[in-house]
Design a protein around this ligand. Structure first.
Ligand SMILES: [Zn+2]
Length: 386
């Protein structure tokens, strides 16, 4: 790979003819069209938070270096930014008065700050390496670069490695903050759109967890039909079964549940009633488990982490049962007392017994002392398995 260091290109040179796409949140071009700011494999602009973008301008005004910038020269002479896209987009956006900084105590856009400060920014020289190399060389190298402060996340790295028509189309659908479907998606997925997190989830679902393999396989596809269809099937499935939206839904592995349950029939009215009941049930400790519990036929109460009896309640019940049993000369385990073996009159110790719901929790029985009985461990286990 060939590299040359440029030390005489100014902010003004780089930002000449700056084009920014508000819709996609991307810096597109600089140097009067000669520089592509956001190549396909670059992530979206994420500095527009009023802090990182402002920090770039502050640094320049204070004369601090903003670090090395890397360009890649393509065969046709066109340049594209390998590293520095966030910084250059910040400069371009500031110069075109798209955000303000605090100057002399007031919010100022570029056009409002003093002329000498404008000049200082425009005339600042940047340190820019221009590299020429094969696509593989450039990409290998890009993988090793971390943009200051915010390292690329997994999906951003994968987008860079497998850049091509598939990633471009996939980002248009799943990483586009203007996509009106995001409102619906966000009910069931917790994600930041410009950090590629919806895309990551969509790929995770369709690939059953093997994102990298899937991206490599489909890299040169000219459509994302399968990805889109599968993703929409999962979302529509959840949306059609659960009529109400709960915060916990954002953390559910819907892809796995879809695979497991989407061929089963459900009555959305009943499902929603059940979900609301469980949500209101103070004994259900794990609200996240409600959805899988219902989809699985309301059998596996382990998913709900039902609250257990308090120790002091167990002790009170134990003492009452034991006293009554001793008076009658029978076992203090009511089920042992009904039997005919040696345990019929056995008095168990507290640590040999477990608390049991007289009326099962799943049939509306409460987890309080009025619904608590102590059984010997054997009987308790036998009852629990029914
Ligand atoms: Zn027993």
């Amino acid at each position: 790979m060939k590299t040359e260091l440029h030390t005489d290109w100014t902010v003004k040179d780089i930002c000449e003819g700056f084009v920014y796409n508000e819709l996609e949140g991307k810096g597109l071009f600089g140097m009067n069209g000669k520089l592509t700011i956001q190549p396909e494999y670059q992530r979206n602009y994420i500095y527009a938070d009023g802090k990182k973008d402002v920090a770039v301008i502050d640094s320049i005004l204070k004369g601090y270096p903003i670090g090395l910038i890397y360009f890649n020269r393509l065969d046709d002479g066109q340049l594209e930014i390998l590293d520095g896209q966030q910084r250059i987009t910040s400069l371009g956006r500031f110069i075109t008065s798209r955000f303000a900084i605090v100057d002399n105590g007031i919010q100022q856009y570029f056009r409002g700050i003093a002329k000498d400060k404008q000049d200082k920014i425009l005339n600042t020289k940047l340190l820019i390496y221009v590299c020429e190399g094969s696509e593989t060389e450039i990409k290998e190298w890009f993988k090793t670069i971390n943009i200051a402060g915010i390292p690329l996340n997994n999906q951003e790295v994968l987008n860079a490695i497998y850049s091509g028509p598939f990633v471009t189309l996939a980002k248009e659908e799943f990483s586009n903050s203007q996509n009106s479907n995001i409102a619906k998606w966000s009910s069931y997925i917790k994600a930041v759109v410009n950090r590629q997190e919806y895309l990551e989830r969509a790929l995770d679902w369709v690939s059953k967890g093997n994102i990298e393999h899937y991206m490599s396989l489909h890299r040169y596809d000219d459509n994302i039909n399968e990805l889109k269809t599968y993703f929409n099937s999962v979302i529509d499935w959840v949306d059609s079964i659960f009529l109400n939206v709960y915060t916990e839904m954002q953390t559910i592995e819907w892809g796995r549940l879809y695979e497991q349950y989407h061929k089963q029939p459900y009555n959305p009215e009943e499902v929603s009633k059940k979900a609301a009941e469980l949500y209101a049930d103070e004994y259900v400790k794990n609200k996240k488990g409600i959805f899988e519990y219902i989809l699985g036929g309301s059998n596996d109460s382990k998913l709900l982490e039902i609250r257990i009896f308090e120790e002091r309640d167990k002790k009170t019940v134990y003492e009452r049962q034991t006293k009554e049993a001793q008076e009658k000369g029978i076992s203090n385990c009511p089920l042992c007392a009904l039997g005919n073996d040696n345990n019929k009159t056995r008095i168990w110790k507290l640590n040999e017994m477990d608390a049991d719901h007289v009326t099962a929790w799943s049939k509306g029985g409460a987890t309080d002392i009025s619904n608590c009985q102590m059984l010997c461990k054997t009987h308790n286990r036998a009852k629990g398995n029914k």
